[in-house]
Design a binder for this molecule. Sequence first.
Ligand code: ZN
Length: 288
Amino acid sequence: MRCAVISDIHGNYEALTAVLRDIERFTIEQRVSVDAVWCLGDIVGYGPQPRECVQTVREICAVCVAGNHDWAAIGKLDLDEFTGVAANSAEWTSAQLSPQDRIYLRGLPELVNAGEFTVTHGSPMNPIWEYLTSALAATPNFGAFETPYCLVGHTHVPTIFLLADDVRPAPTPPPILTEARTSGFNPGDSDLASFPDIEAIPLSASALCEHITPAPGLWLVPEHRRAIINPGSVGQPRDGDPRAAYMIFDSDLGFEFRRVEYDVATTQQKMKEQGLSPRMAARLEKGI
Ligand code: ZN
């Protein structure tokens, strides 16, 4: 099985079409087929072509989950939860969408199980909102899904969280695994006490879970290890590399992280023409 995983397109149709061309190039060069394209949410928001992006995802993606910006644009989330720029962009996006686009976005699930994968936008514990930016945040999430792998987006940064062997974290964050407390682990405090393996492990979450920033190229999952994997963002990368990010999973080979150049200036020009945030447009060329 081979599938392409895209996320956080954010209305950037130039970036999306560049990625789709790259998938086509991959199939020709490797002489293989890509069986499916999956999308991890945030099809819209910030970018100048939400409608084209929603229509493309509707046509090509066998799996797609809801992102916070998708639901903000159709009024399913309260705009008070968003920053001023994001709320303004959600209102503008809302006015661009067709009734069919709105029905599609409204019906997107928060979480999907697909073979070896759990697929969601933020995290299995909080599919719409949680940002998995650290081992501390990721570790309890391994207790909230059953499959070997979980695919997430939302942070716009290609990331792998690799769980230590033989660990079964609790599905809810015990006191030690919150941002506020980073020391003082006491197994008696939490559900972790029911997993004897963990008692023997040193205290920090990083001992339970490796936080890897993958370079472009192939990454093989060590045998019998579970991972939460973020392919990065198609339309608004935030890891300092402005190229569109996505991933191809091959069940025989592993995860290939890919970057694709696209015409950033054209997207910026379209944002300008639509009166969208100049600051968000400027960020695209730096990938921040
Ligand atoms: Zn996003």
